[in-house]
Write a protein that binds this ligand. Structure first.
Ligand code: NG1
Ligand code: ZN
Length: 531
């Protein structure tokens, strides 16, 4: 077949370094950018085949999110804007690791196994972040698509969630919105303006938000979006990429893990601030109090605020819809306790990685999912959306129910349901705070986080650690879990677990306890047990 000859010719321009083995991990392939050219070409091929299989547009995003500037990565986006399925992750790993001379065979194996009709048309959307390596790497993806005769559309610089949104819009014939960056701003900003329009007593202070753009793509896109917000949200943008390096001492991951404000930002006491990560799919909020103490409001605090808001609206609207919050083992114990015991909301725990949370959230009418690091969104079932829509249009309901239904409808529209999205989450949180007339300090006092610590441990082979129970218990190596259990017993309100990272060559250790000293000591002792 002509296309296979083309692949042989073009793949020689994107050779695989001999002996290099990479895995499609928590969030696609991710490593030093210098090792990724062949992966990008091959993911262009795979996305084309996936498009033929699904008879839909597939997305390919070139980014390494919160990793340092010198890294890069790639992830595939499925037709509804969700992460690619697990079996295709395996195809991706197979294709990525095939030696140069075996590439065609590996590709043909996938085509055969998936019974692909090669005459089917293929469409692939490609996006990239601001890393200096992203331009040539996304070109390699485009080369892969054209080698198999697929059509591609290069969106250039976009956030990861923007690309997910484009793919979903395209495959739902515009029902989700228009598949352009402009369409994205219009949809989400209009919903935000609708949500906040009756909160006329908002002061200028309440309309003002301080943002750390991590020197990445999010900063660029917020600047593009600003005029759509019609001054209803006034963002002072820091770390916009004009001076500092991407993710360097800034961004959501730095703030969450270090539990301190980013550099390059002047925070006034009490001022509401937030940080995006390098591809703008995560956000965390924070402020410093009058004594200069730093307060972090992470994914757990966002999940709590959002689910409380939605539960109240559903009650006011008289809608009997099942709401749940999905978390991972990294969720602060206080948040889980508050949600289950005070809010009486169903909480589910899954493995790390949004794809796991997303799938569980789909089981409910309203599924709020957040990783503690600020990656998350809300999913509404089709039935739930229809009920809300019907009520919003019903002329025979009382004012209170109607008002709640209209707020719910606009809330649905401000949320990017395809994936966690820093911009959309920011608009949602800002709208909720405005509607509730709540300050960041008031939001912070809903519950108090248990002191916690996250550490990274370098080991010879992190894969010797295998876990179970949503990663909360280690099954191997023998004796490790018992050692952790014994250490945990020494502290009050303590909990600790370890798991191999899916994005870095480290083992992650998490510990929480009644005091910061205890959490630090426990994390340290557990890391020694990991060696
Ligand atoms: P790993 O490296 O597998 O822990 C990290 C985050 C995930 C997720 C992915 C993808 C933590 C503890 N882990 O995964 O939540 O966001 O990166 O970016 O924050
Ligand atoms: Zn990210």
């Amino acid at each position: 077949m002509a296309e296979f000859q083309e692949i042989s010719k073009l793949s020689a321009l994107h050779p695989k370094p001999v002996g290099l083995v990479l895995q499609y991990g928590t969030s696609g392939f991710r490593t030093n950018a210098k090792q990724l050219d062949h992966i990008m070409f091959r993911m262009g091929l795979l996305a084309t085949v996936r498009s033929k299989k699904t008879k839909a547009t597939i997305g390919v995003m070139v980014t390494a999110s919160h990793n340092p500037e010198e890294d890069n990565g790639v992830k595939l986006v499925d037709p509804m804007g969700e992460m690619v399925t697990q079996d295709w992750e395996e195809h991706a790993t197979q294709l990525a690791n095939a030696d140069q001379e075996d590439l065609l065979t590996a590709l043909k194996n996938i085509i055969e196994k998936e019974a692909i009709n090669m005459s089917q048309e293929a469409n692939v959307f490609v996006g990239k972040d601001t890393r200096s390596s992203s331009a040539s790497l996304s070109q390699a993806v485009l080369d892969g698509v054209s080698a198999l005769g697929g059509h591609s559309k290069d969106y250039g610089l976009v956030t990861t969630p923007q690309l997910h949104y484009m793919v979903c819009c395209q495959n739902t014939q515009g029902k989700y919105g228009e598949a352009t960056v402009e369409g994205y701003y219009t949809k989400f900003c209009q919903a935000f303006i609708q949500l906040t329009k009756n909160t006329s007593n908002r002061t200028d202070d309440q309309k003002h938000l301080c943002l750390d753009g991590a020197n990445g793509i999010g900063a660029l896109k917020v600047r593009e979006m600003e005029s759509h917000l019609k001054k209803e949200l006034q963002i002072s943008l820091n770390n916009d990429g004009s001076k500092g390096r991407l993710n360097h001492q800034c961004g959501a991951d730095y703030v969450k893990v270090q539990q301190k404000p980013p550099t390059g930002i002047q925070i006034n006491p009490g001022e509401r601030c937030c940080s995006f990560d390098g591809d703008a799919d995560r956000i965390v909020y924070y402020y410093t109090d009058s004594e200069g103490t730093f307060h972090l409001l992470d994914g757990d605090k966002m999940a709590t605020l959002i689910s409380t808001f939605l539960k109240e609206l559903l009650t006011q609207a008289g809608l009997d819809l099942k709401i749940a919050v999905v978390q991972t083992a990294y969720a602060n114990g206080s948040s889980t306790h508050y949600l289950e015991n005070t809010m009486k909301v169903l909480v589910r725990c899954t493995k790390t990685g949004v794809k796991h949370l997303h799938h569980v959230a789909q089981e409910f009418d309203v599924g709020v999912y957040f990783e503690a690091n600020g990656h998350g969104t809300v999913l509404f079932s089709k039935a739930a959306e229809e009920k809300i829509q019907q009520l919003a249009e019903d002329t025979n309901v009382n004012d209170e129910r109607k008002k709640a239904a209209l707020l719910l409808r606009n809330t649905i529209n401000v949320i990017n349901q395809t994936v966690g999205d820093a911009i959309s989450d920011m608009l949602l949180i800002e709208a909720i705070l405005a509607i509730k007339g709540m300050t960041i300090q008031q939001w912070d006092t809903i519950y108090t986080d248990l002191p916690n610590r996250q550490l990274k441990v370098k080991v010879a082979d992190r894969r010797v650690i295998d876990t179970t129970d949503a990663e909360r218990r280690a099954v191997t190596p023998a004796g490790l879990q018992e050692a952790i259990d014994n250490l945990v017993k020494k502290y009050k309100q303590a909990r600790s677990f370890v798991r191999p990272s899916g994005t870095e060559d480290v083992v992650r250790v998490y510990a929480e306890a009644d005091t910061q000293e205890s959490a630090d000591a426990l994390a340290h002792e557990v890391s020694l047990a990991v060696y």
